[in-house]
Design a protein around this ligand. Structure first.
Ligand code: HEC
Ligand code: HEC
Length: 198
């Protein structure tokens, strides 16, 4: 009769696991809850720019819970307290991020190439396999944005970074495309021009 002790151990393990999970959810700090539960649908910035009193925050958190924010009933008050303490109606409005004209230009300014010059012919094939499904056969965009004659084509570091790491709904290609293949695709996309008509 080995089955009984095994079963007992199994039940004990399950119980402690469930207990640990329950503990976890009640010790999740309001800060963590906001990061994990509120960011499902919108950016935290959207929350940070609000200035509401405690009651208004409570109503807001209840409303968001009603809309699907995964927050337990016993966490609602703590989240509202946290939000009222950090983004309360008694606090000054959030300062908008200010970017000087020079800084704005620097974000899109061309930079000298350091990727080895690629082959547009190889790039064309690689592009068709890896990118066309989202950016369209002609790179003029579909699910992903139009890539033709974009500032990023003159900023190899940003180009490399987006392709290696991906961005939001775009997957990264680390381990899939080599540096020289990334340069090949760049060479092909650079060869494309915006045309009007036809
Ligand atoms: C299931 C999706 C979802 C989740 C999760 C969610 N929200 Fe929202 N939230 C929305 C939508 C949709 C809007 C309306 C956006 C608009 O009007 O553009 C909104 C709007 C807001 C607003 C602006 C005021 C308003 O009521 O329109 C605040 C503040 C806000 N949410 C806070 C939160 C907080 C805090 C959490 C986490 C507790 C959260 N949201 C989680 C969907 C969500
Ligand atoms: C599953 C769809 C998908 C695939 C596949 C895909 N992309 Fe994207 N790409 C996107 C989306 C969506 C964005 C916009 C990301 C964002 O900013 O939210 C994007 C953004 C980009 C950007 C940034 C554009 C800019 O001006 O900042 C570049 C560059 C880019 N993709 C190149 C590529 C290349 C090259 C490939 C193939 C190796 C590729 N993408 C494959 C969907 C995709």
């Amino acid at each position: 009769m080995k089955i009984l002790p095994t079963l007992a151990i199994f039940i004990a393990v399950c119980a402690s696991w469930t207990y640990a999970r329950a503990q976890n959810s009640s010790v999740s700090s309001p800060d963590m809850l906001i990061q994990t539960s509120c960011r499902i649908c919108h950016s935290v910035r959207m929350i940070e720019q609000q200035r509401l009193g405690r009651d208004a925050w409570l109503a807001e958190v209840r409303k968001m819970k009603g809309w699907g924010a995964p927050i337990q009933d016993d966490q609602v008050a703590a989240v509202a307290d946290y939000l009222a303490a950090h983004y309360g109606s008694n606090l000054p409005p959030m300062r908008p991020q200010v970017l000087s004209a020079a800084e704005a230009i620097a974000v899109i300014a061309p930079e000298p190439d350091e990727l080895k010059a690629g082959s547009p012919a190889r790039g064309s094939r690689l592009y068709a396999d890896a990118c066309a499904s989202c950016h369209n056969d002609d790179a003029r965009g579909r699910l992903g944005p139009d890539l033709v004659q974009r500032p990023i084509l003159l900023r190899w570091r940003d180009w490399d970074d987006v392709i290696i790491r991906g961005r939001r709904s775009m997957p990264g290609f680390a381990g899939v495309l080599s540096q020289s293949e990334i340069a090949d695709i760049l060479a092909w996309v650079r060869s494309r021009r915006v045309t009007f008509g036809n």
